[in-house]
Design a protein around this ligand. Sequence first.
Ligand SMILES: Cc1ncc(COP(=O)(O)O)c(C=O)c1O
Length: 391
Amino acid sequence: MQYNFDECPDRRGTESVKWDLYPGTLPLWVADMDFTAAPAILEALRKRVEHGVFGYELVPDDYFLSIGKWFSRRHGWEGIGRENIIPTTGVIAAYSAAIKAMTVPGDKVLVQTPVYNAFFPAIRNNKCVQLDCPLRYDGSRYIVDWDLFEEKTKEAKVFLLCNPHNPAGRVWTREELLLMAEICRRNGVFIISDEIHCELTYPGHDYTPFATLPQEYVRNSVSCISPTKAFNIAGIQIANLFASTPELYAKMDRAINDIECCDVNVFGVTALKAAYNESEDWLDQLRSYLYHNARAVACFLEDEMPQINVLPLEGTYLMWLDCRAALHKGEALEGFSARLGEHLRKTVGLTLSDGSIYGAAGEGFMRLNIACPRTRLLDGLERLKKGLETY
Ligand SMILES: Cc1ncc(COP(=O)(O)O)c(C=O)c1O
C-alpha cells in the first residue's frame, strides 16, 4: 500500500503543543510529526474504543513478543522478553527512574551537549549535577572529543546517552558506542541509553542498539525504547525500559514504582502492538519521505542561504542549522538563538527551536523539524530566508 505523506489533517485548535502554543505561526519545532498515524494503528485503536470499557489492564504476553520480534528482525537485538522489559509511560520517565536507581543526590550525570533539553530537568529533579561533555563540531558534523570524554567520566556516576542523537542528528556507529562503553566501564560510569529515535535513520547510517554490544557493557547499562517518535503516537505515552540482568531489572522496577510510573494506558499497549506488528511498510515509506525532505532542506539552503550550514542528517527528523553567520558585527553570541527565534516568529511567522535550550553548546544554532508535508517545509524555508534577510 502507498501512503500519502503530502497531505495531513489541520492540527490547529486541537490543543497540539506544536501548533497551538504559538498560534498563527508555522510550527517546525516540537518533535512530533504532522502525519496521520499508520492505518493499522488507527484501526486497532478504533476497535479498542468500540469495546467501550477502559478499566485497568494487565500488560499481555504478546506486547513483549511484539517488541522482541521487532527488534530482532529490524535491528538484530535478540533476547527481549517480559523478564527484561519494564513498560512505563514515557522515555523521560524511564531514564529519570534509571538516574534515580543509579545515583545518590550530588552525583554527576554526564551529557553530550547540545542534547535533548528534557535530559536536564531529569538530572536536576534527581538532585544530581549535570556534567557537560560538549560534542566537537568539526565543521561538518559532531564527533566525540575522546580525551575530554575520558576526563569527564572520571568525575561522573552516570552517562545519559542519546542514541541516535537529538539534536546533532548523529547515529552513533558501533565503534563509537564501543569506545564510549569501554571508557565508561573503565571509570565505573553506568550508561543509560535513550533510543527513542532509533527507527529514524537514513541510508548509510544504521542504528546500533546499545544492548547488542558485548555483555560486559550491556550489564553496565539500561536502554529506553519506544515506538512513539517513529510512529507519531507520542501523545499516547508508552515506553519500555530494558534491563538485561535480574539485579538491574529489580533496581529499575523499584525506581519506576518509586516515581509511580509503572501502570501504562490501554491505548499505549494497543498502539505499540499495531505499530510493531502491522506498520512496518508505513514506517519504511515514512523514512524515505523524511530522507527526501532532508535532501530538500540541504538543497534549498545550499542554493538560497549558503551562509547557513546544515549538519548532515544521519537520523531523527530534526535538522540542526548553524546560523552563526547571521550574527551582526559585534553582536554577542549569547542569547542570539533566542533573539533570532523571536524575530522569525514575529516577522515571518515561523517557529523553530532555539538551539541554546539544548545546552550552551547549542548557542547560535536552530533546530528544524522536517516531519511535515514537503510543501509546508518549503514554505518554512522561504520564511526562514525572508526572516534572515531582515534580521
Ligand atoms: C531524545 C528524546 N528522549 C525522550 C523524548 C520524549 O520521550 P517521551 O515522550 O516518551 O517521554 C524525546 C522527545 O522529543 C526525545 O527527543
